[in-house]
Design a protein around this ligand. Structure first.
Ligand SMILES: Cc1ncc(COP(=O)(O)O)c(C=O)c1O
Length: 353
């Protein structure tokens, strides 16, 4: 077990880093692991199968973080590719319910199926649960919104979808690492690990319920999805694994070296501890700028009358790194942030509010 204080020693950001919702920071242990792998590659000391241990370990750690089992987890490199897998499995006439504010990797692959007769119904996120009905074939939505950090009521989505016989596809990219998600409550989930899991870009996890895996059919279908990976590299017949890893995409090796190290640290700190820490910093900022307490690690503050360039220069002067989204500032707190960070951000933003 690693405490938040011990974990913080693993990071040394320049200035105040509050942009994990764009890009999580690499821990020293992650940088070290990738540097070692780069050196081994440079010296010609590594053969491709040696990278499998990082993919396997990442899959195990991810399964444990999301309260599922590794046989339900497939790996790839992007969210959109797995959204596309789910979207292509829909039939003409099937209705997909989405949130109109959502990140486009959860929207475009479904919209791209409209010419085939798939119907995409987009509603405001706040209305989503109430809009699930017997015509809904699939609810596709993010657990936490990228633009403003709003947290979906996961239990209600899962329960209401179940009541109406609808499948669910949950994008957990802005959630896992600080927010508890039980993957088995959803038909499908997807997470890109480069934000709250502090991994290099290029490692994503897809979970699928066993029944859905059967009806999904074959997708991706590369050698890495083979029943036995290293004897699946030449010639017919098709011989894919039975488990979710039949959907695996061949790994971007160095990303997985970093991902395994990054997930070890998150697992050692514990998601519940990280959540309490992150949300409490977010609420310190909210209180300081006169907003009611919230339940997210992300604070979005609307600044409709302030020019983006002015916001940017004010934050830069305070050495605060965060993002400008949807006509406001998006401040994200993770385990490497402190109360001093929240106070500095509050002071800088007060000048603009
Ligand atoms: C909710 C969400 N999903 C997915 C992504 C990234 O998508 P992709 O893996 O397709 O690049 C982001 C990045 O901001 C995101 O916020």
């Amino acid at each position: 077990v690693v405490s938040i204080e011990e974990a913080r020693q693993e990071f040394s950001p320049t200035g105040i880093y509050c942009d994990t919702a764009s890009l999580g920071l690499a821990a020293r242990s992650t940088v070290h692991a990738v540097e070692q792998a780069l050196q081994a590659w440079h010296r010609g000391e590594v053969a491709p199968p040696q990278y499998d241990q990082y993919v396997d370990r990442s899959r195990e750690l991810y399964a444990s973080l999301t309260h599922t089992t590794p046989d339900r987890v497939a790996v790839g490199s992007q969210v959109s590719v797995f959204s596309d897998v789910v979207a292509r499995s829909l039939r003409p006439g099937d209705e997909v319910l989405v949130a109109r504010e959502d990140f486009t990797s959860v929207l475009f692959p479904f919209l791209a199926q409209e010419p085939r007769g798939v119907v995409v119904r987009s509603v405001p996120l706040d209305d989503l649960i109430g809009e699930i009905n017997d015509r809904t074939a699939l609810v596709a939505v993010s657990a936490v919104q990228s633009a403003d950090g709003r947290v979906l009521d996961l239990e209600s989505v899962a329960t209401v979808a179940e009541q109406h016989g609808a499948a669910t596809y949950l994008d957990t990219t802005q959630a896992i690492g600080w927010y508890k998600v039980e993957a088995d409550r959803f038909t499908f989930t997807i997470c890109h690990a480069y934000k709250w899991l502090c991994s290099p870009r290029g490692s994503a996890f897809f979970t699928v319920a066993p029944d859905a895996l059967t009806t999904l059919g074959n997708h991706n279908s590369g050698w890495y999805g083979g029943a036995d990976v290293w004897t699946s590299i030449y010639g017919p017949p098709l011989r894919l694994a039975q488990e979710a890893r039949r959907l695996d995409l061949s790994p971007a090796w160095l990303s997985w070296v970093g991902t395994a190290a990054a997930l070890e640290l998150i697992a050692a700190i514990g998601v519940d501890v990280i959540r309490a820490h992150d949300v409490s910093l977010a609420n310190e900022l909210r209180e300081a700028v006169g907003l009611p307490a919230g339940n997210s690690a992300i604070v979005w503050i609307s600044l409709p009358d302030v020019d983006a360039a002015v916001i940017q220069s004010t934050l830069a002067a305070a050495e605060v790194r965060c993002a400008i989204r949807a006509g406001g500032v998006r401040i994200a707190f993770h385990h490497y942030n402190t109360s001093e960070d929240a106070a500095t951000v509050a002071a800088a933003l007060s000048a603009l509010m």
